[in-house]
Design a protein around this ligand. Structure first.
Ligand code: GLU
Length: 484
């Protein structure tokens, strides 16, 4: 029987989900699902100093929002729990001790001060900073004595001093490093907790993870993990390291530099489905021209072979395009519900029918956060330059615009049932009577009632949204402006 594919998303609760994290989670999920396997959530919180309150909830919320449902995890349990590393404290030490017994690890009692001094000396000598194996030479008796005396210690992995370690990565191919380059990394810290470097190996093994998917920044540590698997005689998982995500200028994306996290994108009004679709293609290609994929489709077509090792650039313009496509797929009601909070930011007038605005905006919006600046003129007429009335293509100038506005007022005042149809019919009748072009009436009206060069929808739609009284009031302001 084939081994069940098991992947894990193993975030450290740092308080935000950057795009790289989300992509890792997505690819883990897709590798599991496209193979009928299991997707496991494991919280890696052994670095207590980095722990952020509420960060775990954020992870649950995000996974839920984007539809990545885990099959095992802290909140739902599973056969290989607990799924929070701090709750597995006692699991790691026996394995570390076993390595010590085998001669693959050793106790280190070096003080912070000694290590700092060592680093200083190495730096001064222009050497790479690394542990000098000072404690490797301690005799068994000395170690026993220090332990019995309660001296603080860490446990370090003992790297081979010669030879090479080679491994296969599903994306990067064969990677070979000289063992002499590997530092004797810490496995168990002085607080008794494992480092990430140790815990990830133990847990991936105990949780029967078959595919380890993570950012390429872990590629250089992977030989050390492999030496651990070898020391235990465990099977090495398939490694899938993912390329860097950069900005369009090639610089690395980082939260610290203010680059958007998943939460930031949500705040800006991107739809989770659009983000997922876009992120899926950041480093993976289906091998066809198809760009729009639902999560369900991705679950079927995703494959490791489509992952590329060249850096993927995060391009807002492209994400905007995806978001627009997903906005168009919504029903008008769904769009209106999403847009409502953005309307409310810009429009205080309770008489405005948001649905009418949504009809205009759904076809042209890419990002919801642009809505307030697009619709704010509905709430209050901005001050505008009368040069806006001059438009070559519409054949308008200051004089004929004034004439059109003046003629429109009594006609609009006479409309009893104010709606798009009646406004349209009456204005066009007037156009015919005056013997002018449609644009010579509609351009000045649109400018007068919006005060903007670019608006969602034309004069008639905007007049309908504003209502009769406000439309006429604004046209009169336009007349004053043009008469001055
Ligand atoms: N806890 C690590 C991180 O958040 C996980 C790396 C891995 O997936 O092995 O970066």
């Amino acid at each position: 029987m084939a081994v069940e594919v098991r992947t894990r998303y193993a975030p450290s609760p740092t308080g935000y989900m950057h795009i790289g994290n989300l992509r890792t989670a997505l690819y883990e999920y897709l590798i599991a699902k496209s193979n009928n396997g299991k997707f496991i959530l494991r919280i890696e919180d052994t670095d207590q100093e980095r722990y952020v309150e509420g960060a775990v909830d954020l992870i649950y919320r995000t996974l839920k929002l984007v539809g990545l449902k885990h099959d095992e995890g802290p909140d739902i349990g599973g056969e290989y729990g607990p799924y929070v590393q701090s709750q597995r404290k006692d699991t790691y030490m026996p394995y570390a001790k076993k390595l010590v017994e085998q001669g693959d690890a050793y106790y280190c009692f070096c003080t912070k001060e000694r290590l700092a001094k060592l680093r200083e000396e190495q730096e001064a000598a222009g050497m790479t900073c690394r542990y000098d194996r000072h404690c490797l030479s301690l005799s068994k008796e000395e170690v026993e004595r220090k332990l019995a005396a309660g001296e603080p210690f860490v446990i370090r992995q003992k790297m081979p001093q010669s030879g090479v370690t080679t491994f296969e990565d599903a994306v990067y191919g064969t990677i070979t490093v000289d063992n002499s380059e590997l530092e004797d990394q810490i496995l168990i810290k002085s607080d008794g907790l494992p480092t990430y470097n140790f815990a990830n190996v133990i847990d991936d093994h105990l949780m029967r993870i078959t595919h380890v998917v993570r950012g390429s920044e872990y590629l250089s540590s992977t030989p050390k993990y492999n030496l651990l698997y070898k020391a235990f005689g465990w099977e090495i998982p398939t490694y899938v390291h993912l390329p860097l995500i950069t900005k369009t200028d090639g610089a690395k994306i980082s939260k610290r530099a203010g680059d958007a996290s998943f939460e930031d994108l949500m705040e800006m009004g991107y739809l989770p489905e659009a983000i997922v679709n876009y992120v899926a293609l950041l480093g993976w290609s289906p091998g066809t021209n198809q760009e729009i994929f639902s999560l369900q489709e991705l679950e079927k077509v995703f494959n490791i072979d489509g992952i590329s090792k060249s850096p993927a650039a995060f391009d807002f313009a492209k994400l905007n395009w995806f978001n627009g496509e997903y906005i168009r797929k919504l029903s008008l009601e769904e769009f209106n519900n999403l847009a409502k909070p953005y309307y409310e930011k810009a429009i205080a007038n309770k008489n405005i029918d948001f649905m009418k605005i949504s009809k205009l905006l759904q076809v042209r919006t890419e990002v919801l956060k642009t809505i307030p600046e697009t619709v704010d003129f509905i709430d209050a007429l901005p001050d505008y330059d009368k040069e806006l009335y001059v438009h070559k293509k519409s054949k308008t100038n200051l004089e004929n615009s004034l004439e059109s506005l003046k003629a429109a007022v009594p006609v609009l005042e006479a409309i009893e049932d104010w709606n798009e149809q009646t406004i349209h019919d009456e204005l066009l009748k007037l156009v015919e009577k005056m013997g002018i072009k449609n644009s010579q009436m509609l351009w000045p009206i649109r400018i007068a009632i919006s005060g903007k060069l670019v608006t969602p929808g034309g004069a008639i739609e905007i007049a309908d949204i504003l209502g009769k009284e406000e439309t006429i009031r604004r046209i009169k302001i336009g007349i004053e402006k043009l008469s001055a």
